[in-house]
Design a protein around this ligand. Sequence first.
Ligand SMILES: *Cc1c(COP(=O)(O)O)cnc(C)c1O
Length: 392
Amino acid sequence: MSELKYLQDQVDALKAQGVYRVLPVLEGANEAEVILDGKKVINLSSNNYLGFANHPRLKQAAIRAIETHGVGAGAVRTIIGNMDLHEELEQKLAAFKREEAVLVFQSGFNCNAGVIQAVTDTGDLILSDALNHASIIDGVKLSKADRGVFAHSDMADLERILKERRDQYRNCLIITDGVFSMDGDIAKLPEIVALAEKYNCMTYVDDAHGSGVLGESGRGTVDHFGLHGRVDFSIGTLSKAIGVVGGYVAGGKVMKEWLLHRGRPLLFSTALPPAAIGAIIEAVDLLSGTTEYTDKLWENAKFFKARMKALGFDIGHSETPITPVIIGDEAKTVAFSKRLFEAGVFASPIVFPTVPTGTGRVRCMVTAGHTTEQLERAVAAFERIGKEMALI
Ligand SMILES: *Cc1c(COP(=O)(O)O)cnc(C)c1O
């Protein structure tokens, strides 16, 4: 067996650069207040936007699904892993998203990895926003199509590339995140769709942070802008606001028919287990019946942002519950997050290479599960430590 010395050297280099990571350990469920590394802290770092990850109704639905369907699907969906539960979920999601068809994958990541390569080919062009998620970047790498990157949400840059290159290709696919996870800004989807229609392109929106957050009762960015029927591939996750695990693509019937034959994660990786599907169906039912959860999420987000802004923090230009507190200097950002943790608030530091050098931030994720009292306590900690560190 090899000693893997080359890996040891690389790990040592990470340590020398001060970017070596030890994973924090969460005890118990993901809640608004948690025990992390043995310390009780207010959780401002999860994607559990609606508090569904430990919701009693979702848990009961998962248990019911285990009783009736067992713990595993037993096969890939194309062989015998396609349970009635999967079919029910896809019908419910399609109705919820107001699209013709939905196909569910095992995660948002592998949905991007599977769909992009399946719907593009040699002779096609993919244009991708510079700040798109890693799973889109990997998905694009798996495609045989040529590619280009446009500056983040820069419509002039996108049109410049379309003018220069569109004519040389059969199909062109424009890909964007719906909500950008590090800044919380929303894609300029109406403009992207207008350019796509002008230059005869297809559109692909990865709405991981828009699902369950934007639009009527969390129907997403496409619903937020009223663009139903004008976006070809609408990707969502079931692992963030929906609280469980999984990803899906919503769109036309023919898209689904093709992906059932060429969506590689569907063909070569076992289907989601019954407990996950049962819980997700319950989540979609909950959201279909009430806007209570999304209303609470936005109420909390507005409250927290207003307080942080009033204190004088730079909270960027977020349009969603994602609230970056921009510090700038990398070391200061990490130190700030550490001090907050000691004061009972967990807000993770995000620094280069995840964001550009000099734009380090502590990213706060407000959820529907936070009480006003918890948010007040978090704001008080930000104020005290912010002043001590001369950040405000
Ligand atoms: C989180 C995220 C994903 C991955 O989703 P998972 O369901 O966690 O695999 C994909 N795209 C974007 C934009 C994301 O933020």
